[in-house]
Design a protein around this ligand. Structure first.
Ligand code: ZN
Length: 487
């Protein structure tokens, strides 16, 4: 999934309410159709698509901040700005733009669809691509199980359509479905514009699950087929955005359909760690998958977000840089672990060398270091006995604050802030607030520490999730300060 990151913190609730009213009205009409046995299948599908179109348009308006130009950056606030229209890559290759692209490869014996976008955009993408070709859909290839890549599958699927996905697709769907409330809560912390869990549009057709691949590909293996004289290869490429990544390769034209293998942008440092809390990704699997793709020597890369990249040389150089960067971070982490360094030391020390430099707005190197550590060594870092027991340090914060006294703590936090140590400031502020949650001086210090971190993040690698997290905490701190004043 692209991780929906925006800065819509201050969007008013009024828009949300009107959106929910629209959703409620259309949901009722859909339920009516689902229950009416006389409503034909086609009619039902039309009604569902219409519903999705209305909700999708409303959601798009809600997220569109009216900035000029088309989205070129992999964040949701940018991707949502992309118009939904068909673009041509080669004689037989078209894609409908959107938050996630839906790609269509036409042949004389029917079409192949690669990824099906976000459910809220399926109506417009489907309509646009059907205008190019209304031939039967013979195969749907899914790059992975994230919601922005599978949303339109059941609307594209026809009688006899084969669905090809990675062998772990069902397992990834299962775990994402079972942990949906947990991930929803975390996402909503990052993206406060999302409706509360109980107010979300909980319409059956928008839920995860229910997609059953008819053909699966294992890790690093191919499934090849020929349709209308066009050769296709689906390759299992684990280690990227989820364990169930697959890519599609057109050997005759040397076109690689990469899904999210490279992340929403190409090139960039991959997301080994997701802030919304998915399973840790395995960097060496990623390197092995990337080696397979390097050997193909693609001339065009068509990703499932943003636009294609053309040019064998540039693509090869970019892919190699991503591969070597991941390998570098992995090897440095392992070397540091073996040298007895702490994870925190390694997070500070390990940086990409200049020749492997990549943007880190999606994946962030120091968080990857920590994820690699945890992937290999699990959560017990052998640093303190307390790690083993369910009594975190914060359980003693309130007593610690009482013992130390508020004034000395505030003065310590102020000194840290002045020394340019915002994280140390936050540690002390957390101790203080544990005893006095409404302490305005402590909240003010928290606000300043967060501002310092935000400025550093923006001037540094500008990671979207770090910025979004900090903005969310800052908004929370400011509202607490406002409430304090109102009292
Ligand atoms: Zn995605």
């Amino acid at each position: 999934m692209i991780d929906l990151h925006t800065d819509v913190t201050r969007q008013g609730g009024g828009i949300g309410k009107s959106l929910l009213v629209v959703i409620a009205v259309v949901a009722v009409s859909v339920i009516w159709l689902l229950m009416d046995e006389d409503a034909g299948k086609g009619l039902k599908r039309q009604a569902e698509l219409k519903t999705l179109e209305v909700i999708g348009d409303a959601a798009t308006r809600r997220l569109d901040f009216g900035d000029e130009g088309e989205g070129t950056h992999g964040s949701a606030v940018d991707l949502i700005k992309r118009p939904i229209e068909v673009r041509q890559v080669a004689d037989n290759v078209y894609y409908a733009t959107g938050v996630g692209n839906t790609i269509m490869i036409t042949t004389q014996e029917g079409n192949v669809i690669f990824d099906t976008g976000l459910v809220l955009q399926v109506a417009r993408q489907l309509q646009a691509l059907k205008e190019v070709s209304d031939a039967p859909v013979r195969y749907i290839v899914l790059s992975h199980s994230h919601a922005d890549h599978i949303g339109g599958t059941r609307f594209w699927q026809e009688e006899g359509t084969e669905i090809i996905a990675h062998g772990d697709f069902l397992e990834e769907q299962r775990y994402l479905s079972e942990l949906e409330p947990y991930q929803y809560g975390r996402n909503r912390t990052l993206f406060p514009w999302m409706p509360a869990w109980e107010d979300r549009p909980d319409i059956a057709m928008m839920r995860y699950g229910g997609i059953e691949p008819t053909i699966t590909v294992p890790d690093w293996e191919n499934y090849s087929f020929t349709l209308g004289g066009v050769e296709f290869q689906v390759i299992g490429t684990p280690g990227a955005e989820g364990a169930d990544n697959a890519v599609l390769w057109l050997p005759q034209q040397k076109i690689l359909f990469s899904g999210d293998f490279f992340g929403p942008q190409f090139p960039q440092f991959p997301n080994v760690f997701t802030m919304r809390g998915e399973k840790i990704r395995k960097p060496m699997e990623y390197v092995k998958s990337l080696d397979l793709l390097l050997a193909l020597e693609p001339e065009i890369v068509v990703p499932s977000h943003l636009n294609p990249t053309v040019g064998a040389q540039q693509i090869q150089a970019d892919m190699r840089r991503i591969r070597d960067a991941v390998q570098y971070v992995h090897d440095a982490t392992v070397a540091g672990m073996n040298a007895g360094k702490s994870v925190y030391q390694l997070m500070q020390e390990i940086q990409l060398p200049p020749d492997l430099d990549l943007v880190q707005n999606h994946g962030k190197v120091d968080w990857a270091v920590r994820s690699i550590w945890d992937y290999y060594a699990s959560w017990f870092h052998f640093e303190s006995t307390t790690e083993l027991y369910p009594v975190p340090a914060r359980d003693v914060y309130a007593d610690l604050a009482a013992a130390a006294g508020t004034e000395p703590l505030l003065s310590l936090a102020t000194n840290y802030l002045a020394q340019g140590e915002p994280v140390k400031t936050l540690h002390v502020v957390e101790v203080t607030l544990a005893a006095e949650p409404g302490n305005k001086a402590a909240l003010g210090l928290r606000q300043q520490a967060l501002q310092q971190l935000l400025q550093r993040a923006q001037e540094g690698v500008s990671n979207d999730y770090e910025i979004y997290w900090l903005q969310g905490r800052l908004a929370d701190t400011e509202s607490r300060l406002d409430n304090g004043q109102a009292l």
